[in-house]
Structures are given as C-alpha cells and as structure tokens.
Design a protein around this ligand. Structure first.
Ligand SMILES: [Zn+2]
Length: 256
C-alpha cells in the first residue's frame, strides 16, 4: 500500500490561451484520465473529471472562474468522479442512468475488479499493478474504501447536439464501442477534437463488459474521415491527424 502523501493530487498545465489540461499524477496510467478545461466567453467547459478521490473543484478552485458545463465523455469511473462538483452535468442519453452506479464496479485496487475485467485489461496490454495509486491524497486515506461519487445528469445529449460556451461551440459525436454512450466533442472551426476514450494514443479497451467491437470498428472508420487538426484524448498525449489515421488503421487491422 502506498504511504507517501501526494501533496498536489491534481497537476495542471496550460495547452494554449483557452485550454488547460488537468491530471492526477499519482494515479496509474490505466486510470489516469485527461481532464480538459476549455475557457469560453459565457462559461467554461470541463471535459471529464477524474476519479473523484478528492474534490476536483475544491483542489484547484483557482482554475474555475466561470460557471462550468461539465461533460462526461462516458460513465467510467476515471472520467466521472468529480462530475458531482458541478451544477451543469452532461452525458450521452444511453449512459445517464449509469451515473448513479459505481462506474465499472472497480476502484483503486486491482482486487476490486472482476476476473473478466482483469483478463480483458491484461489482453489489451496494460501492466496491472496491485494498487492503482502511487500516493495517498491525505494521511490516513484507505484506497480500499474508494467508491466513485455518484451523481445525476442535468442534461443528456445525443449525436449532433451542441455544447455551447459562448464563443466556442462543440458538436457532440456519438462514438460507441468503448462504451455504448461514448461521445466526442468536435469543434469544426478549429479542428480540435476531444475524443474521450473513443481514441487515444495507448492500449484501446474494447473488451469491457458493455464494449462492442463492431461498434468500435464503425466508430474508427468514422474518425478516419474527420478532418481533425488536433485530438485531445481521454488518456495519454495529444496528437494530430496523421497519428489518428495510424491509430485507426492499427485498430482496424486488429479487429476488422
Ligand atoms: Zn473508459
């Protein structure tokens, strides 16, 4: 069990004038989600929110100057943990009910997960340490007690809906495969695409309980045609169109 205290549970870095990346440095890469804060003229958008080990809003309160529209790209624990911190909570209609459950039935210890889940994660190529955090958020914290903070959606979205923060508007793309209601946010004017776990530059997970390989294949074919300039993904580093095509083609070769 880790004994070190992680004094700054969330790290953050400005990507450009409007976009800030927030992450949980003491969380294993498997569950270390990219949390994206996008500044808008009317309000800010938060795309995914981490595990909710501690409150995101309280921990980095200085980042939240405006009202926030918090979007979950899908219901998995590493993406929705601090959704409850915000008044405006958006998720795809297929996954709204899942916000009231403990996402994926797992937690911070590998022993929290089902054998089937562990098999699937192993097959994807993730190393699987016994503990998924390398430090504690505060003295006395017991990782065995972690549960994902549950919440409700204040708005559900479907394909083609818009997330509007004033000077920036993001189109919701429904991208099932990893999960049934996975979404991405597409800003056509800038070519910026927030992809959630539909695509990222790491081992993709299509063998989870409610994943669908046929859906994932369709999603990948669709993404291949998207004229992206930059992809800010749910995990790992950001990338451009060339890398997107490589990732898609690698996946399709494996599964199609
Ligand atoms: Zn996920």
């Amino acid at each position: 069990m880790p004994t070190q205290i992680g004094d700054k549970w969330f790290e953050h870095k400005r990507i450009d004038d409007d976009i800030t990346l927030i992450w949980e440095p003491y969380v294993d890469p498997l569950l270390r989600c990219n949390i994206w804060l996008v500044r808008g003229s009317d309000r800010d958008a938060l795309i995914d929110s981490g595990l909710g080990v501690i409150s995101l809003k309280k921990a980095v309160d200085e980042l939240f100057e405006k009202d926030v529209t918090a979007v979950a790209t899908h219901y998995h624990l590493d993406h929705v943990g601090s959704l409850c911190d915000f008044d405006d909570r958006v998720i795809h209609s297929l996954e709204a009910d899942l916000l009231s459950k403990n996402g994926m039935g797992g937690g911070l210890l590998m022993s929290d997960y089902s054998d089937a889940m562990i098999e699937s994660l192993k097959a994807s190529g993730y190393p699987l340490p016994d503990e998924l955090i390398t430090a504690l958020p505060y003295k006395g914290y017991d990782p065995a007690t972690y549960t994902t903070p549950t919440t409700t959606a204040t708005r559900t979205v479907d394909e083609g809906d818009m997330v509007d923060i004033g000077n920036r508007r993001f189109e919701v793309l429904h991208l099932p495969g990893h999960s049934p209601g996975s979404i991405g946010l597409w800003e056509k004017d800038s070519g910026i695409f927030f992809s959630g776990d539909a695509i990222y530059d790491g081992p993709l997970l299509d063998g989870l309980e409610d994943s669908s390989i046929p859906d994932y294949v369709r999603t990948m074919k669709r993404l291949r045609e998207l004229p992206v300039r930059v992809v800010h993904a749910g995990h790992d580093q950001s990338f451009g169109r060339e890398r997107l095509i490589e990732l898609v083609d690698t996946y399709l070769k494996l599964r199609a």
